[in-house]
Design a binder for this molecule. Structure first.
Ligand code: SF4
Length: 269
């Protein structure tokens, strides 16, 4: 995402005061050379910033002061931690990822993240290690809270449980193991109409690296742009026009509507 595009995002934010939050994602958004300038610009417009943080980035050269930077700008940190045991995390994310994630969370705690009265929110994200729906969010959150504090002294604000979406690499892995059809059927059989009113595609817009607009980051991963006339950030001035536009859907949407529902902020119902 180049400078011109970032400028356009800021320009749109100024013209669309109804947009309250900018959610930065993409693997390791902190690696973008203009990451810090962009966060400061968004904050100067009075908007909330969320950073989907790859915790291991804190141990890369030049990034060890990220916790202080986040705290100075009150960035909400969202960090994936698929389990509170090293075995399960390393199995899903790679060797020693759990150890580095724990140390990163401790660094964030040390500058005030996850403390109830600091105003510095640290959210953790759980997704199942397998082709099944997440456990109930509230129950799992209390287990995470208990175990992470007991074992490592780690505190956090909320746990978001997110359903594994049957797309891209995960879909390929399911197919390789002959599990794709059964998993999709599980999602279809678990359809919960109560999730529909709160689906994240109803209230957010996702911006691709070239300015293409998507209803959510899953559609972005699948290269399915918004079906409205305004498909690029350069073709729209009033983002409100997207709120009444049709949403691009597909089989993968059953991942958002299964069970308690799933969104970038965890379960829906
Ligand atoms: S995957 Fe489908 S239901 Fe889920 S947020 Fe995207 S468009 Fe909406």
């Amino acid at each position: 995402m180049g400078s011109e595009l970032l400028e356009r995002v800021l320009w749109l934010l100024k013209r669309n005061p109804q947009v309250k939050t900018v959610d930065l994602t993409g693997g390791a958004p902190e690696l973008h050379p203009e990451f810090r300038d962009f966060v400061e610009s968004v904050r100067s417009l009075g908007r909330h910033v969320m950073d989907r943080c790859n915790l291991t980035i804190l141990f890369e050269p030049g990034f060890d002061d990220l916790p202080e930077f986040f705290a100075a700008h009150q960035v909400e940190v969202i960090a994936s931690l698929p389990c509170y045991t090293a075995e399960n995390v390393d199995q899903q994310r790679g060797r020693r990822v759990f150890d580095r994630s724990v140390r990163a969370l401790q660094r964030l705690n040390a500058v005030g993240y996850g403390q109830s009265d600091s105003g510095l929110d640290l959210q953790l994200v759980y997704n199942p290690v397998g082709a099944f729906l997440p456990h109930a969010q509230a129950e799992l959150e209390s287990k995470y809270r208990e175990e992470l504090y007991r074992l490592f002294g780690i505190q956090f604000n909320q746990l978001f449980t997110i359903t594994n979406m049957p797309i891209t690499r995960y879909a390929d892995a399911l197919r390789r193991h002959g599990e794709y059809d059964a998993y999709l059927q599980t999602l279809v059989d678990s359809f919960n109409p109560a999730t529909l009113s709160e689906l994240m595609c109803r209230s957010l817009v996702s911006v691709g690296y070239d300015g293409t607009l998507f209803d959510c980051d899953f559609n972005q991963a699948l290269k399915l742009p918004v079906p409205s006339l305004h498909r690029s950030i350069y073709e729209i001035e009033d983002l409100g026009k997207l709120s009444s536009a049709a949403i691009q859907t597909g089989d993968h949407c059953f991942g958002c509507t299964a069970g308690s529902g799933s969104s970038c902020g965890g379960s829906i119902t």
